[in-house]
Design a protein around this ligand. Sequence first.
Ligand code: SF4
Ligand code: SF4
Ligand SMILES: [Zn+2]
Length: 276
Amino acid sequence: MEIVIASLDDSLARFTLSGASPAFANAFRRAMIGEVPTLAIEDVRIYDNTSALFDEMLAHRLGLIPIKTDLQSYSTQDTCSCGGAGCPACTATYTLSVEGPRVVTSSDLIPQDPKVAPVHGNIPIVKLTKGQKLVIEARATLNTGRMHAKWQPTLVCGYKNHPVVTISDACDACALCVDECPRGVLEVKGKKVGVVSGKLPDCSMCRLCERACLASGIGEEPAIVISAEKDRYIFVVESDGSLTAKEIMNRALQYIREQADELEKQLGELSGDEKR
Ligand code: SF4
Ligand code: SF4
Ligand SMILES: [Zn+2]
């Protein structure tokens, strides 16, 4: 199995995974979405709310604000030494006190620990008119996207099989497929059509090129055929900013490894051949 990174920054990773089964590729995708913990607001104590929004709607909106997550300093409540009661090792607290007229934004949430501030300060929460007030205290906890979408660290996380474009000698370079391709993947190269250098991963496998070729009257079979590599995948992972794209990938792989180790251990115990 091999991972080749095409581009990587804090918020976005594009990479190719080769030599993996469809089951592994999907497990990796699901682990990145649902098994990597992040912080999200879970409890809200409302002291004063004279805004137009119900308390429940406010709490819901607060829960969806992405929060910078420091996985070294925070643990999940179920593994914390406080036993889930809530302590500085598993719970981040915020205060907010605003009086209108103005829009309350995520920058009004003041974290007790500056490391775990909202990712963006300009997310609108509610608009207050003159005299309206909002005074709250909020607590964020660490959990995973499997529990609720607000704990997902990814905005986009998906993959497709790596495309393969095959052009036969029947091609007469009529360029009908070049004009039809919506992604600009094809170009005429001498007496045949070919793939523009570096554009193959952009192919969406829509097969419009095959249809255009058949429409040219070439016969029963098109000169261009689109297929997919069965064990090679192009991934795109976009973070919501709570963790870096690299942290999301690393944590997901760590989760899969731990699950596999656990399964191996349990199978060993069942067969009386426990791993030492
Ligand atoms: S399958 Fe679609 S995107 Fe790919 S080369 Fe053909 S027309 Fe272009
Ligand atoms: S439409 Fe068919 S024959 Fe024409 S350039 Fe494309 S592959 Fe070649
Ligand atoms: Zn705790």
